[in-house]
Ligand binder design. Structure first.
Ligand SMILES: Cc1ncc(COP(=O)(O)O)c(C=O)c1O
Length: 402
């Protein structure tokens, strides 16, 4: 949560989750506004030089500078923490800033990081290329194989990083089992929960130590604002290494974007449930199409980790991954034939979006690296939007015939 935040005058921790999504963290100013205020200010003023001195010494609880904390950002952090049942939340400018901050504040030269191989392209870059440049030894494992985690986590390790479901292939990793293995060697378990959303999966309840979000995705959900956050119950780490890293390197969320995300949280659950219902119908439609080789969606019994998805997720998710028969030209023909669904690399939007991971989000991996994690040239990722599901299915149906 925000440092130096003012006393929160409307918070009630006993509210139920749906109420917290609408009201949690609200901090009214003296103007008694109904809607949360946007405090679009870089700095704050002091009554005296002594007060400024006390603030910088940490002797007075107040806002200092929006790189450190801000009232609107603080409301977003408080609401996210309530949603996740976490003791601390630190908001970031993007989801990648959250991934980077959580990892940078967990490892140092000489430390080990163990991560699952099936990662979003930028997460893969941080684990496989960036951190090793700073002397961190990274081991990548097949996240769905517990034996690989056991083998890699056989010596002291500072951090474990995973995405579940993974982007784009929808691999599901057993958070509870991997956390147990990781904790034996002292690793901090960091879960990128972007595809599951905070509505469908709560990694902290399964033993993870840190949860990451790109708020750019379902939290905003309407394609407007970038954002992210790091959530944890480890107050010592949050108030220590993580806070220092964020204060001094500046990946802070803008107050305006925090306000957009606050507004979006009010409808997050309703939107995610609608996305899930539509995604289930679309996945079932796709599974019955002859020109589709395979469909990967956690709500289908054919998903390799269907049972695990049922255990740790309360819904199937909003993203479907599928592979067409034929080559890349055939796949591009299908994508270019869309009338309603847009081609875009984003996901979790009200608009249905179609991505070709091999040439966009994962283009910087080698062809072998892509194949190792199941990203072929005929694989597409569909983020199912909030349009009428029959229109989405009709669009896919006509494009599959082209
Ligand atoms: C799984 C996952 N993690 C992190 C990110 C990064 O989020 P952002 O684009 O907000 O930096 C993305 C973006 O696509 C993602 O899919």
């Amino acid at each position: 949560m925000a440092d130096n935040s003012t006393t929160n005058n409307t918070i009630n921790k006993s509210w139920r989750p749906a109420t917290n999504l609408v009201r949690g963290g609200t901090n009214r100013s003296n103007f008694a506004e109904t809607n949360e205020g946007i405090f679009l200010t870089s700095g704050f003023v002091y009554e005296t030089a002594e007060q400024a001195q006390r603030a910088f010494k940490g002797e007075e609880d107040r806002f200092i500078y929006s790189r450190f904390s801000n009232p609107t950002v603080g409301m977003f952090e408080e609401r996210m923490a309530l949603l996740e049942n976490a003791k601390a939340c630190r908001a970031t400018a993007t989801g990648m800033a959250a991934v980077n901050a959580a990892l940078a504040a967990s490892v140092k030269a000489g430390d080990r990081l163990v991560a699952s191989k099936a990662l979003f392209g930028s997460c893969d870059y941080i684990c496989r290329e960036l951190l090793p440049k700073f002397g961190v030894e990274t081991t990548m494992v097949n996240g769905t194989d517990l034996d690989e985690w056991e083998a890699a986590l056989n010596k002291p390790t500072a951090a474990v990083f995973m995405e579940t479901p993974s982007n784009p292939q929808m691999d599901i990793i057993d958070i509870e089992k991997v956390s147990k293995i990781a904790h034996k060697v002292g690793a901090r378990v960091i879960v990128d929960n972007v595809l599951a959303t905070p509505i469908l999966q709560k990694p902290l309840e399964f033993g993870a130590d840190v949860v990451i979000y790109s708020a750019t995705k379902h939290i905003d959900g309407q394609g407007r604002a970038m954002g992210g956050c790091v959530l944890t119950n480890d107050i010592e780490w949050s108030d220590g290494d993580l806070k220092q890293y964020m204060r001094h390197t500046g990946p802070s969320l803008s107050p305006f974007n925090a306000w957009v995300h606050l507004k979006s949280l009010e409808t997050l659950e309703i939107r995610v449930q609608h996305h899930c219902r539509s995604a289930q119908k679309v996945a079932e439609f796709l599974e019955n199409q002859k020109v589709i080789k395979k469909v990967l969606f956690p709500g289908l019994e054919s998903h390799p980790q269907f049972a695990l998805a049922q255990k740790q997720m309360s819904g199937p998710g909003t993203v479907i991954c599928f592979e067409l028969e034929g080559n890349m030209a055939r796949t591009f023909r299908f994508m270019n034939a869309m009338n309603l669904i847009d081609i875009s690399n984003n996901l979790g939007d009200a608009k249905s979006l179609l991505t070709h991971p091999a040439t966009t989000t994962h283009q910087r991996l080698t062809p072998e690296g892509r194949l190792e994690v199941g990203i072929t040239d005929s694989l597409v990722r569909l983020s199912v939007g909030l349009e009428d599901v029959e229109d989405i299915i009709e669009d896919l149906d006509q494009a599959l015939k082209v």
